[in-house]
Design a protein around this ligand. Structure first.
Ligand SMILES: NC(=O)c1ccc[n+]([C@@H]2O[C@H](COP(=O)([O-])OP(=O)(O)OC[C@H]3O[C@@H](n4cnc5c(N)ncnc54)[C@H](OP(=O)(O)O)[C@@H]3O)[C@@H](O)[C@H]2O)c1
Length: 236
């Protein structure tokens, strides 16, 4: 897909990976709508000139409104980067139930409602032929479980299953659905302090993820990457 004037919604784009993706796509000529919850971050991005929709994707009505408002602003939708998500690590013996449900509501249910609304628009593109790209930001925790990552891992495994199902449903409608699985990326993910991470400069930066996602979108529409794992070359 040619990025020039492509109509793109990036969820979870008030910081971190999503914001880097949005900046990169904008530099490539796309028209990008941002989304997130945090008042201060949204105000700062609006002051930069971005169109930001404030919505909590774990709330059904917010997720539906988010896609509607983005599409109204853009005049339709070509690409969804389904990136909003979060997680707290805890071993099974200490897993808090409400925290697990919150992760499920955001990373799985929210991602599904946003994708459903986006896909309903994309199938109408091209005079009803369908056209579009959905990129779900998963995790290597969605490919392999590990100690302490159980609940988060479950949501990202689930997102992978959703990706595979949506892919089979939507390919005949000319919509590409991909799963992108980063290893550790230096962001404020889960309330962490990026500056406190060991060997931070040797690990994946949000801009590296933006590079990968832009490449997936820019591939000619006749083909797509089903899954992409991204690792730091030598983080030790
Ligand atoms: N960093 C990593 O090591 C890593 C590795 C693999 C996968 N990932 C995935 O990458 C994605 C982005 O994470 P990040 O590392 O960039 O972390 P981040 O800087 O904390 O960004 C998370 C983004 O998601 C938004 N968000 C979270 N919950 C939301 C909700 N309920 N409704 C709407 N927006 C919500 C946040 O918006 P507000 O702050 O405005 O609410 C923020 O824009 C996540 O899906 C995460 O699981 C991260």
């Amino acid at each position: 897909m040619n990025l020039q004037d492509a109509r793109i919604l990036v969820t979870g784009s008030t910081s971190g990976i999503g914001l880097a993706i949005a900046r990169r796509l904008h530099e490539g000529g796309a028209r990008v709508v941002l989304a997130g919850r945090d008042d201060a971050k949204i105000a700062a991005l609006r002051a930069e000139g971005w169109h930001v929709v404030q919505a909590d994707v774990s709330r059904d009505e917010d997720a539906v409104r988010l896609v509607r408002e983005a599409a109204e602003h853009l005049g339709g939708l070509d690409v969804l980067v389904n990136n909003a998500g979060g997680g707290r690590y805890a071993p099974l013996l200490e897993q808090d139930t409400a925290e697990f449900r919150q992760m499920l509501d955001t990373n799985l249910v929210g991602a599904t409602v946003v994708a459903r609304e986006a896909a309903r628009l994309m199938v109408q593109n091209g005079g009803g032929q369908g056209h579009g790209t959905i990129i779900n930001i998963g995790s290597v925790s969605g490919l392999r479980g590990s100690a302490g990552a159980g609940a988060y891992s479950a949501t990202k495994f689930g997102l992978r299953g959703l990706t595979q199902s949506w892919r089979d449903e939507l390919r005949p409608k000319n919509i590409r659905v991909s799963y992108v699985a980063p290893s550790e990326v230096i962001t404020g993910f889960g309330g962490s302090d990026p500056a406190s991470r060991k060997n931070a400069d040797r690990k994946i930066q949000p801009e590296d993820m933006a590079h990968a996602v832009a490449a997936l979108i820019e591939m000619d529409d006749r083909a797509f990457v089903t899954e992409l794992e991204v690792f730091a070359t030598n983080p030790w």
